[in-house]
Design a protein around this ligand. Structure first.
Ligand code: NAD
Ligand code: MG
Length: 354
């Protein structure tokens, strides 16, 4: 059964979740962009090999002319250079403003393809076909698109909503275990910021055994944040739980740890700090850390509090002398708190850092 979730953004669209949906990707793109004559598929080499041909076939079956750009998988490709390559290739293919870009792959593909769609001819339609758990529950929904600059991750980007998001959980069958776990880190984050009931269901039933329901639950939660705060000026920041310290861990590892692993470390540090400050009950802290472990994710970070505080200050979320962090109050509830950057080291030490 296909679940349809409506995202009431400035430009509204639907997220479809259902096993086997990839086989009707063409029909979905056609329905979302009826005027399109061409579909330009952006995908990385791994995903191209697994799903590229079959998706392109479904597009052709709808009478769409197709072109593709395949880039080398990995965050290292999420650059201005690849973004420019995508747009040059679209130009060479004579894509017009009524045509559509299809981003087929994980968050790197979605962010990169989305940003190319946002800029090419001042903005053309695009459809997201996420193939990682992380992209299904997080990056494909909400319209944040970006590439990295030498100076930092996601430093160039735009808000540009897709015309449709097509999630086929069957594609997760080929996803490497480590990548799957990273998606689980974001899923645990959703539960911790918004729903004790969802948290309990993750404790009881592995994500793998309820993937469709879990994806739908996360998308509904993300929808609510996007509806309330499309341009990330207030409440949407809640989705950053675990990310401030997590980004610091990622940066200090020189990006040798995966994003989800950083988020897992960040959530653990923050939970221990909140417990030490009497904001979060010990048992809730233990439950969160227990769940993170259960999903095979790290709960300790190997850097000193001073190193991590410095890395946080370099992060884009630091506004001058203060920084906004997301602090857990109980399972299913967090709050946004502004702290002085010089206090971060104390938080990190309370979080268990040396
Ligand atoms: P990714 O796109 O690099 O995918 C991870 C790896 O999995 C890649 O090697 C890819 O080739 C492979 N892969 C993808 N689908 C597969 C499948 N079905 N089977 C086998 N292999 C598959 O990374 P990601 O974790 O999906 O996304 C991370 C990116 O998302 C980061 O750049 C991050 O900044 C971004 N992000 C954006 C938002 C947003 O709101 N826009 C939110 C969260 C994360
Ligand atoms: Mg994230």
């Amino acid at each position: 059964m296909t679940e349809r979730i409506h995202i009431p953004a400035g430009k509204p669209y639907d997220v479809l979740i259902g096993r086997g949906l990839l086989a009707e990707a063409g029909r979905q793109v056609r329905e979302a962009c009826p005027k399109a004559e061409k579909a330009f598929v952006v995908t990385d080499d791994r995903v191209a090999e697994l799903y590229g041909e079959s998706v392109i076939e479904t597009l052709r079956a709808e009478g769409l002319r197709t072109e593709r750009l395949v880039f080398a998988h990995g965050e290292a490709s999420k650059t201005v250079e690849t973004w420019a390559r995508v747009m040059e290739a679209m130009c060479a293919a004579r894509m017009t403003r009524s045509d559509v870009l299809v981003a087929l792959g994980g968050g790197v593909t979605g962010d990169l393809g989305g940003f190319a769609a946002a800029c090419y001819q001042r903005g053309i339609d695009y459809v997201q076909i996420p193939t990682t758990l992380l992209a299904m529950v997080d990056s494909s929904v909400g319209g944040k698109t970006a590439v990295d600059l030498a100076g930092g991750k996601n430093q160039a980007g735009a808000f540009w909503q897709p015309k449709r998001v097509i999630c086929d959980p069957d594609t997760l069958g080929t996803l490497p275990e480590e990548e799957y776990r990273c998606g689980c880190a974001e899923i645990i984050k959703y539960a911790m910021i918004g729903s004790a009931e969802f948290f309990a269901s993750l404790e009881k039933t592995p994500v793998r055994d309820q993937a469709e329901q879990v994806i739908a639950e996360c998308v509904r939660m993300k929808r609510d944040y996007v509806q309330a705060d499309e341009f990330d000026l207030g409440q949407r920041m809640m989705l950053n739980f675990g990310h401030t310290f997590g980004h610091a861990c990622e940066a200090l590892s020189r990006f040798s740890i995966l994003h989800g692993q950083g988020v897992a470390m960040g959530m653990s540090l923050m939970a221990r700090a909140a417990a030490a400050r009497g904001i979060l009950a010990e048992e809730d802290k233990d439950a969160l850390i227990g769940l993170i472990r259960k999903y095979g994710l790290p709960t300790e970070a190997g850097w000193t509090a001073a190193e991590m505080a410095e890395a946080c200050r370099a992060d884009k979320k630091a506004a001058g002398s203060s920084i906004r962090i997301v602090v857990p109050e109980k399972i299913g509830k967090c709050r946004i708190q502004t702290v002085k950057t010089e206090e971060l080291e104390t938080w990190l030490r309370q979080g268990g850092a040396a």
